[in-house]
Design a protein around this ligand. Structure first.
Ligand SMILES: Cc1cc2nc3c(=O)[nH]c(=O)nc-3n(C[C@H](O)[C@H](O)[C@H](O)COP(=O)(O)OP(=O)(O)OC[C@H]3O[C@@H](n4cnc5c(N)ncnc54)[C@H](O)[C@@H]3O)c2cc1C
Ligand code: SF4
Length: 487
């Protein structure tokens, strides 16, 4: 374990953020790393519990007490080896994971949990700095070929695992750069895109081929996929949700993903004609999730006049509620670094109309406050509260309402069945669609989720593809308890 009395001696320390007035002037990451001495102390807080609930809190089954112990011992290279044995890309999760593991940490019952996510980031960054992360091409090739469609975390994890098994892997991506939502959804200030490039360079050196600007089913015939022995569909769940609200087509009502993607492209020197800007505007972000938070951070960097956030659900409690006891993921108020940069947050509010001037330009939003009526056995019912109608001046409304599911093109053209939620149908743990050599993983299979789940699904799907192609697999897997088999 870390240090027997570590959790009694040391408090949890998190990375600080650079001051708001500095960080809103740029699009770079703004965390202030802890010293090596401090991170070592943080690792020593781990109690190495008899049953480490953090293992099952992490969808990857990361071996958390083991790498915490190595950090405490100053054995950083061993910590990196342990971490990479279950997680292909800890530099993504170490920055962006909501860390369900920390909510399942036993120390968290009585104290602040171990800062697992930050320890993870420090391990992988140290490993890159020391040059420990090197390409590991397979010693032999099987002669089998696999196409991976989509280069988000699911596609990249599947590709790396399949390549390690000796298969020849090609990743197709319709965007002009690799990374999926990590590239053009998540803003640069949350994760600098060089972090993706650094990892993709390793994957290329291991022998994986990447083809960008290839939209399978659009500018690349799906029939060509028949040239491959197996296919893994990792196209994400990017069908955007809208609102059935009058005025939705107004000039000034913009989908969050368009707003975020444009800004990241501009950061990397691309010219965007008529880029949507929040500068000097009254901005209203509709939707209280991660995407909404990213729009708030970006609007403040543009220099918005005001930023307001609407959420139709009630304000979650400030602390873990009895409905989600430890070690479950708690329904609890989240305040992100972007929220701290300036926003007025409103809950239980519904947009009734996007008001425009005579030229169709957005000028205001009309809203009404709501409440949810809960009747056991029935779906919650939205009730509008009379007399709470309000008009908000607004020049830019950003729709951050999430996604309804995956796009249909690949399913339609390949004949893949979909489930009741419109996701590509493939049983959890098997990942095989109704077409035997076609597999599905990540958001495309489970719906909009998290990076850590995408990596987990990519890894597990790769193992199933390997079994399909070779009759067996030496690739690692996690069993239902989250323990790992085969590493
Ligand atoms: C704004 C935003 C912020 C988020 N923030 C976080 C966060 O902080 N933490 C977190 O854990 N999760 C976050 N998420 C969720 C997370 O990004 C996703 O769950 C994750 O990226 C899913 O990975 P994936 O590989 O399944 O799909 P994606 O990342 O969506 O990648 C799918 C890729 O497939 C490509 N593609 C689709 N169809 C085709 C085709 N026919 N041919 C070729 N390519 C195709 C797409 O262009 C895309 O690049 C966020 C999501 C958004 C939108
Ligand atoms: S990947 Fe996420 S859940 Fe897993 S150990 Fe890291 S921070 Fe925790």
């Amino acid at each position: 374990m870390g240090k027997v009395t570590g959790f009694k001696e040391f408090d949890r320390q998190d990375e600080a953020y650079k001051p708001v007035e500095d960080r809103v002037k740029h699009y770079k990451e703004f965390t202030v790393p802890l010293s090596e001495e401090e991170i070592t102390k943080q690792g020593s807080r781990c109690m190495d519990c008899g049953i480490p609930f953090c293992h099952s809190g992490c969808p990857l089954g990361n071996l958390i007490p083991d790498f915490n112990h190595m950090v405490h011992q100053g054995e950083w290279q061993k910590a990196s080896w342990i971490l990479h044995s279950t997680n292909n890309f800890p530099e993504f999760t170490g920055r962006l994971c909501p860390a369900p593991c920390e909510q399942a940490c036993v120390l968290g019952i009585i104290e602040d949990p171990i800062s697992i996510e930050n320890i993870e980031k420090n391990i992988v960054e140290r490993a890159f700095k020391e040059g420990w992360i090197k390409p590991q091409p397979p010693k032999t090739r099987t002669g089998k070929t696999v196409a991976v469609v989509g280069s988000g975390p699911a596609g990249l994890a599947a590709a790396q695992q399949l390549n390690r098994a000796g298969h020849t892997v090609t990743v197709f991506e319709r965007d002009d750069a690799i990374g999926g939502l990590l590239r053009y959804g998540i803003p640069n200030f949350k994760m600098e895109k060089e972090i993706i490039d650094r990892r993709v360079a390793i994957l290329e050196a291991e022998g994986i081929s990447f083809e960008v600007n290839v939209n399978v089913g659009v500018n690349y015939e799906v029939e060509k996929l028949k040239d491959f022995d197996a296919v893994v569909l990792c196209g994400g769940a990017t069908e955007r949700r809208s609102l059935p609200t009058p005025g939705i087509d107004a000039d000034g009502v913009v989908q969050a993903m368009d707003f975020l993607t444009q800004q990241t492209k501009v950061v990397f020197g691309q010219e965007i004609k008529d880029q949507v800007m929040a500068t000097d505007k009254n901005v209203i972000v509709i939707g209280g999730g991660d995407t909404g938070s990213d729009c708030i951070g970006t609007s403040n960097r543009h220099g918005a006049k005001s930023v307001v956030n609407f959420e139709i659900m009630p304000k979650p409690p400030g602390h873990r509620s009895p409905a989600t006891p430890w070690p479950y993921w708690p329904l609890q108020l989240k305040t992100s670094s972007s929220h701290k940069e300036g926003v007025e947050r409103n809950w239980l509010i519904n947009t009734k109309e996007f008001v425009t001037d005579k030229n169709g330009k957005l000028t205001a939003l009309k809203t009404v406050n709501v409440e949810w009526e809960m009747v056991p056995g029935e779906r919650p019912k939205l009730i509008e509260i009379e007399g709470t109608e309000k008009t908000w001046p607004c020049d830019l409304a950003l729709l951050a309402l999430g996604f309804t599911g995956p796009e249909s093109t690949l399913a339609d053209k390949l004949g893949i069945e979909r489930d009741a939620r419109s996701n590509y149908k493939a049983e959890y743990g098997k990942y095989q669609t109704n077409i035997p050599n076609i597999f599905a993983a990540g958001d495309m299979r489970r719906g909009q989720s998290l990076i850590v789940w995408a990596i987990s699904e990519g890894r597990e799907a790769a193992r199933q593809v390997d079994i399909y192609l070779m009759g067996k697999s030496d690739l690692p897997t996690k069993n239902e308890a989250g323990d790992l088999v085969g590493i």
